[in-house]
Design a protein around this ligand. Structure first.
Ligand code: MF3
Ligand code: CO
Length: 257
């Protein structure tokens, strides 16, 4: 079921989104080569609970952590561990969700550890561009396929693979609501977007080919060709004009990409 949010509900999602933005800014600042993904998870858990919010991933289908931290060929759902260090030269995707006052926010970014290759720098940059190209299409009256087509067009124009097996999603009082928001598609196809819809748009873009598989830990998704993958996600609200990015308080479309 697709839920349309009213102004009061949107303001609660905005508060959740703004708190998540602060958490992710702190993580981005503190993550450094040599640190374990467990230590990063601990920082996130403390920040979220200190602010009277709840980590939404923890316990979701028995997921054991606050963050998903996915390194290099890991696409998403990497489980934080005391035995995994974020090494110099790797690219690290950090995904986090929280619930504040019963409303959800979900956001992710990818950061290079220390000096990374130029091709990895470019992968991260193009993945963010894919997100912005995609959400420019998230306007009242357009369709879900318009978002996916824009993401896919931009990624494939750089020779990258668009991961198909995981998608963005509606979000509200549940982390995963309808509709599903694929990062590929056909313009003019799919569910019609309406003002008050809130969705998480999250391109997962692979330097190589898009097929992926799950590791035996039951969570971690990796690329079949083991080439690196980047992830970028925000929770957005469809408005009467360009979307509002609920997990990016300072953002303004005037200085967008
Ligand atoms: N953040 C993921 C998403 O964007 C969900 C994480 S799965 C979980 O949909 F189990 F870790 F919660
Ligand atoms: Co999500």
């Amino acid at each position: 079921m697709i839920t349309i949010k009213n102004e009061l509900q949107l303001s609660k999602m905005r508060s959740a989104g703004h708190l998540l933005y602060d958490v992710l800014c702190t993580l981005r600042e503190k993550m450094a080569p040599g640190m374990t993904t467990y230590d990063l998870d601990k920082i996130a858990h403390e920040l979220i609970t200190k602010n009277r919010a709840t980590p939404s991933f923890l316990g979701y289908y028995d997921y054991p952590a606050t963050l998903c931290v996915s390194i290099d060929d890991e696409v998403v759902h990497g489980i934080p561990s005391k035995h995994v260090r974020m090494e110099e030269g790797s690219i690290v995707s950090v995904d986090c969700g929280l619930i504040l006052d019963s409303w959800q926010a979900d956001s992710a970014f990818t950061k290079g550890m220390g000096k990374i290759s130029e091709e990895c720098e470019k992968l991260i940059r193009v993945t963010e561009e894919c997100f912005w190209q995609g959400i420019r299409q998230a306007v009242d009256g357009n369709r879900i396929g318009d978002i996916g087509a824009a993401v896919q067009q931009h990624a494939e124009s750089h020779g990258y693979g668009v991961v198909r097996d995981l998608t963005g999603h509606g979000i509200g009082q549940e982390m995963h609501e309808d509709p599903s928001v694929p990062n590929f598609g056909t313009p003019g196809r799919g569910v019609r977007l309406r003002r008050g819809m809130t969705i998480a748009v999250e391109p997962m873009i692979a330097m190589g080919r898009y097929p992926v598989h799950q590791l035996s830990d039951g969570w971690t998704i990796v690329t079949n060709d083991h080439k690196p993958c980047a992830h970028y996600e925000h929770t957005i609200a469809v408005t009467s004009g360009l979307p509002e990015v609920l997990t990016y308080p300072g953002f303004s479309w005037e200085n967008a990409l």
